[in-house]
Design a protein around this ligand. Structure first.
Ligand code: 26Q
Length: 815
């Protein structure tokens, strides 16, 4: 007897792909299986949409330039509780489910933390049965694939759509026009009202591509709607007639280029015209789509903010504030004041950075030439804002200059954080410290004037993907120990606390960690040809490569440890495997040099027989969502060592904690809350705090002095200088060394001694296996607050005023 599931897979293989089982490749089987799972979701999806329309619910719209959703098959199987069925069916068909899961190319539509956070939040919104739409861009090329060649990062184009993707549904009928360039004219309409007409130089069409977002074990299936840009055929006719054929072709190409590629920087780059065009493009399509949904449900536009809560994921979509004003005032003919109230009630803004260089601004001339009407609107918003500031703080022109949407120092620029802030009724940071610093630094004037608009929502990550899916054996052990309630309420993990005292439980816990490490060790052997033992301490730092994240602090410690072993081979240390992973922005020379330093140290250390395999160093190439899922469960130690005050939150720190890794970290971002939850005795703390770091800088920091004082540090720097890790080349790391010795903006040298001392405490703790396991269990037990579900509940209550909607499937079940 073949199961219904099996039958559906074979049907999909034949009818959707025109293949028969005997000749089907794993790729074919993967797709047949994916379509079978997708069909199961589509029933829930249509039911969800119907419910939302009928009940006129409030919908959360999460606007984000990035959604790093990762592979879809595994997580959808988990949410639908179909994994067992699928595994059995595929086995009967002669296929191994894990092999098929590995076939999937992940959509890398994001850079790192911010994009992955958006994906976690969509997962939680669906799981908590909140009506929601994610709005973003369907990049044809996502974040580049990273290869390591000769120790250097090399970027390769990410062709995730090469084979098509079974997870999207194109909606050619859901499409909108977006204007660019041209000029505006003031006109009086037939009823004597002043109206502005924007005559664009170009228009681009946005077409909706929908990806279903299935909630965990619920009927709710929401949608991620991604816009692809296309040329509008008829529009170029004038140019053709005028004989400017090449101009017309070029503009057609530019239109199609808009959604081509994700910018691989996690900091704004000056003057990138196309990037601004991308932002406006997806924001305009999304707002037009929301207005279309209003019209479809016959709701007057005045009620916009009752039907939609729109979240701005950083400033990238913040042009939405001006665009909604344009749509309401110019196209729906609302009075300015009414439109402004609606706009501010609709939007809320999440800030993800305090680094001044990462704050987004756009040159006024650029914006004027591309979005002339939006600049007029921004000026009007600004005029009214500054009037309000002057009323509240008479004579304080410096404050007026600071709060202005236009930075007038030097060439004029539009400050997107200020625009997002004035256009929002709530503004939040992503961890307690970060929200405090936000109020005290970059948004201080706004927080003073509108204190009730500011709040903190500490980030969270989805325990479905990052615990249940990536660490199934641990999830099962937890089930056996404390029951299933934790799967829908992660704070229930607290019940593991008692089990930390049970030697048998600790043994089982250790066995699972060891097995996860063995799996990773296997992949390391296969991919890198480096032999590592699962008995070593797995010490892992995976994240984007950045100076503020201080991967080089970790490397300096490794060099000092290596040197200690060289000097005295009898010294007793815990055998350790140092694992790094992460991408550097292609134009970020220093970050690329940091990767080269890691691979250089790896080459020397791994091949030195004198240290007898007691330490290994490796750089895992192409860190992405897929391989993250094998890395987090295999970690003993999680490196979260950014300079205090620089990492807004961090979310990898949470994924490690859930999987029972201990953290070595600074008082930065969410580390502070992680330590509070875990208990100080279960966290390895080192380094200056944010206040001390600031103080040191303002009194005039001189890094070279730290190198002179500390012999280990000096020796490590000298080794680099002598070309030990660059095959004798003494010039290679010169920029990095000079930077550390004469500038060191992130206080690497100042924190070195304390970091090394802390690593020694880690080393000592590792020797007490039972105690280490106890701490590991307690970290998982106390990770409950870092579930994205907790974060989303806070957003719903304190920002969106959105409530769950029960989805009734009865109309759809027997289809
Ligand atoms: C902006 C303009 C032009 C080009 C690129 C960008 C751009 C793109 C991506 C700017 C920033 C990003 C990504 C930022 C990011 O990932 N920030 C991280 O967000 C996480 C989620 O809140 C936090 O946990 C991290 O601390 C923060 O660094």
């Amino acid at each position: 007897m073949s199961s219904a599931f099996e039958h559906d897979v074979v049907r999909n293989l034949i009818y959707r792909q025109g293949r028969y089982p005997d000749i089907a490749t794993p790729e074919d089987w993967y797709r047949a299986l994916a379509f079978t799972v997708r069909d199961r979701m589509l029933a829930r999806w249509t039911a969800s949409i119907k419910n939302y329309a009928v009940h006129q619910v409030k919908v959360v719209c999460y606007l984000s330039a990035e959604f790093l959703i990762g592979p879809q098959l595994g997580s959808n199987l988990l949410s639908l509780d179909l994994e067992g069925e699928a595994r059995d069916a595929m086995r009967t068909l002669g296929q191994d489910l894990d092999t098929l899961l590995a076939v999937e190319e992940e959509p890398g539509l994001g850079n790192g933390g911010l994009g992955r956070l958006a994906a976690c939040y969509l997962d939680s919104l669906a799981t908590l049965e909140i009506p929601a739409i994610g709005y973003g861009i369907r990049y044809e090329f996502g974040i580049f694939d990273q290869e390591i060649v000769d120790g250097w990062q090399v970027e390769r184009t990410d062709k995730w759509l090469r084979m098509g993707t079974p997870w999207e549904i194109v909606r050619p009928d859901v499409c909108f026009c977006v204007n660019f360039g041209g000029s505006t004219q003031m006109q009086t309409d037939e009823r004597g009202r002043l109206r502005v007409q924007w005559t664009p130089a170009r228009q681009v069409k946005g077409v909706a591509y929908d990806v279903p977002v299935q909630g965990y074990r619920v009927n709710t299936c929401n949608v991620l709607r991604l816009w692809k840009s296309e040329a509008i055929e008829t529009f170029d006719l004038d140019d053709f007639n005028a004989g400017d054929y090449y101009q017309a072709v070029e503009e057609k190409m530019v239109s199609e280029t808009l959604s081509k590629i994700l910018y691989p920087n996690d900091e704004p780059e000056a003057g990138k015209r196309l990037r601004l065009a991308q932002q406006y493009f997806f924001v305009s399509c999304s707002l037009q789509d929301m207005l279309r949904l209003m019209d479809a449900s016959h709701t007057p536009v005045q009620r916009f903010a009752d039907r939609f809560a729109a979240q701005l994921n950083d400033t990238h979509p913040s042009i939405a504030v001006a665009e909604l004003m344009r749509l309401l005032v110019d196209e729906r003919l609302l009075p300015w004041e009414d439109a402004w109230i609606i706009t501010r009630r609709t939007f809320a803004y999440t800030n993800h950075t305090l680094l001044p260089e990462a704050l987004e601004t756009w040159g006024l001339p650029l914006m004027q030439s591309m979005l002339p009407r939006l600049v007029e609107i921004i000026f009007e918003i600004n005029k009214r804002l500054l009037e309000e500031v002057r009323r509240a703080y008479p004579g304080d022109e410096e404050r007026v200059a600071r709060m202005s949407l236009i930075d007038e120092q030097g060439s004029k620029r539009v400050r997107m954080a200020n625009l997002a802030t004035v256009g929002s009724h709530r503004i939040n940071g992503v961890a307690a410290l970060h929200s405090d610093l936000l109020r005290e630094t970059i948004l201080r004037d706004f927080a003073e004037m509108f204190p009730e608009r500011f709040l903190n929502v500490t980030n969270g990550v989805t325990p479905r993907r990052f615990l249940m899916l990536s660490n199934p054996s641990l999830a099962e052990l937890i089930d056996k120990a404390i029951g299933l309630a934790w799967r829908t309420d992660l704070t229930r993990l607290e019940a593991l606390t008692a089990h930390a005292e049970d030697p048998a439980f600790r043994k089982a816990w250790r066995a699972i960690k060891r097995e996860n490490k063995a799996v990773l060790a296997d992949r390391i052997q296969q991919r890198l040809g480096i032999a590592v033992s699962p008995d070593m301490l797995f010490d892992i730092q995976v994240k984007r490569i950045h100076e503020y994240k201080r991967q080089h602090l970790n490397v300096l410690y490794i060099i000092s440890l290596y040197r200690r072993l060289c000097r005295d081979p009898s010294v007793k240390i815990a055998p350790r495997c140092f694992i790094f992973g992460g991408k550097a922005a292609p134009g970020y020379t220093m970050a690329k040099l940091m990767i080269r330093l890691i691979t250089g140290v790896a080459e020397v250390v791994n091949n030195d027989p004198a240290i007898n395999h007691r330490i290994k160093v490796l750089f895992w190439p192409d860190f992405n969502v897929q391989n993250a899922q094998t890395i987090y469960p295999a970690a003993d130690l999680s490196e979260q060592i950014s300079l205090a005050g620089k990492e807004a939150s961090g979310t990898g720190n949470m994924k490690f904690m859930m999987n029972g890794a201990l953290t070595i970290g600074t008082l930065d971002g969410a580390n502070i809350e992680i330590r509070q939850q875990a208990g100080e005795e279960n966290f390895f703390l080192f380094g200056m705090n944010a206040e001390q770091a600031e103080a040191l800088k303002s009194k005039g920091y001189q890094p070279a002095g730290y190198a002179e004082e500390n012999v280990d540090l000096r020796d490590a720097l000298e080794q680099i200088d002598q070309g030990r890790f660059s095959r004798g080349n003494r010039e290679m790391f010169r920029p990095l060394l000079d930077n550390l010795l004469y500038d060191d903006p992130f206080l690497v040298l100042a924190d070195f001694a304390d970091y090394a001392a802390c690593q020694q405490r880690v080393n000592d703790a590792w020797h007490d296996e039972e105690q280490w396991t106890r701490m590991s269990i307690l970290n998982t037990a106390r990770s409950g607050m870092f579930s994205a579900d907790r974060a989303i509940k806070e957003y719903c209550e304190r920002i969106w005023q959105a409530t769950p909607e029960d989805i009734d499937l009865t109309d759809f079940e027997d289809l």
